[in-house]
Write a protein that binds this ligand. Structure first.
Ligand SMILES: *[C@@H]1O[C@H](CO)[C@@H](O)[C@H](O)[C@H]1NC(C)=O
Length: 371
């Protein structure tokens, strides 16, 4: 009996020591970052509970997800959302009408969609250049139900998002972001394998490489890539020949070639030395922009208690033949967390930089340099 208790005790100490090692602040604490902006930066009116992911049309309309919540979210995070009655929402920011700030779009439900359990995360856009009736695909962590991708049609006349369809399936675990390649065809990341909150804690503590990338072909899901640690933001090149996946927990990114049958071949794996979150491709297609979490221990603290600030960083990753030109990566923005905490995405339009955050503000910068 006593022997059994000792074994359990030793096992508990080993698990604790591993967790302590994985969560150690040491490596982060040795690096000192300096604040820098590309020009004058300010918070956009209207956003108080995050702007986790966004996509921008050619004409400068930014569609922004806000009010993130996810299964297994820490208590402090869930409390922040519920205490403020922060509903899952989609906002619109028009680069051509900055005085309007960010406006919450009215959601018009279908019988397949319940706005009360809608918790948007990643977003991807299919532009309708003729009529402006863009299609939006949004990852949602439906409270009390499995994750789904919600499809909306934007009505430019009424500023409404009309719900069109929901896509769900057993291949979706705890999802994060998606990239739409054509109507109802998309790649989506499973950032966590386990839906059970206790198992997901173990998955995180042991840093298991059980995340994946799944492809939806309009009728069914197939697993494209497995064995990744917490795959996060995912984006397509403008020519739709390459796919970029951020892996913030390992400070890295992977680049894939897309084959005719939509299968993927890895062509590049690079270290960014930062927790890069969501990605946006420039209109010309010659660069990627990413919002990043430079100090992982700080973003973890921020997610556990959103009143704790976390630094924000934006990187520009120039592309060359689909691959990232690692020698030319620059940092466009760094903030200790006062103006914006936990930057999760960035996009550029008309040389202005729009920066979103996990659960804080939305920031716009006028740039003195070429972005
Ligand atoms: C789409 O994917 C499903 C599930 O893998 C498969 O059964 C179906 O044949 C695929 N359809 C097409 C048109 O490829």
């Amino acid at each position: 009996m006593i022997g059994g208790a000792v074994k359990v005790g030793i096992a508990a100490i080993i698990v604790y020591k591993i967790a302590e090692f994985l969560l150690r602040p040491g490596a982060d604490a040795d690096v000192h970052f300096k604040k820098h902006y590309p020009g004058e930066c300010r918070q956009v009116k209207g956003i108080d509970f995050g702007s986790e992911d966004l996509e921008v049309t050619k004409d400068g309309l930014a569609f922004i997800t806000s009010g993130l919540w996810f299964p297994g979210a820490p208590k402090g995070f869930t409390d922040m959302i519920t205490n403020n009655n922060a509903k899952g929402s989609i906002f619109l920011y028009d680069f051509n009408k900055p005085d309007l700030g960010a406006r919450k779009l009215k959601l018009i439900p279908s019988k397949h969609f319940d706005p009360e359990i809608f918790h948007p995360h990643g977003i991807s856009l299919l532009e309708d250049e003729a009529n402006g009736e863009h299609l939006l695909y949004v990852v949602s962590h439906r409270k009390g139900k499995d994750d789904a991708v919600e499809k909306f049609r934007y009505s430019p006349k009424t500023n409404e998002l009309i719900h069109v369809n929901s896509f769900a399936g057993d291949e979706l675990h705890i999802t994060n972001d998606l990239a739409v390649i054509s109507e109802d065809k998309f790649y989506i990341t499973n950032m966590m394998y386990f839906k059970n909150p206790y198992l997901s804690i173990i998955e995180n503590l042991l840093a298991l490489h059980v995340g994946s990338l799944v492809f939806f072909n309009g009728t069914g899901f197939t697993t494209a890539i497995t064995g990744m640690r917490g795959p996060n933001g995912v984006s397509l090149s403008r020519d739709r020949k390459n796919l970029y996946v951020n892996l913030p927990f390992t400070g890295s990114m992977k680049v894939f070639d897309i084959k005719a049958d939509y299968s993927l071949t890895e062509i590049q794996s690079l270290l960014l030395y930062t927790g890069a979150d969501n990605l946006h491709v420039s209109q010309s297609g010659d660069a990627l922009y990413t919002g990043a979490h430079p100090v992982l221990s700080k973003i973890m603290e921020h997610i556990s208690d959103p009143s704790q600030k976390a630094p924000s960083s934006v990187l520009k990753l120039p592309l060359n033949n689909g691959k990232v030109d690692t020698e030319k990566i620059t940092e466009l923005f760094y903030d200790h967390g006062e103006l914006i905490s936990g930057s999760s995405v960035a996009a550029v339009h008309n040389n202005q930089l729009l920066i979103g955050s996990v659960i804080h503000k939305l920031v716009i910068c006028d740039a003195n340099i070429k972005l």
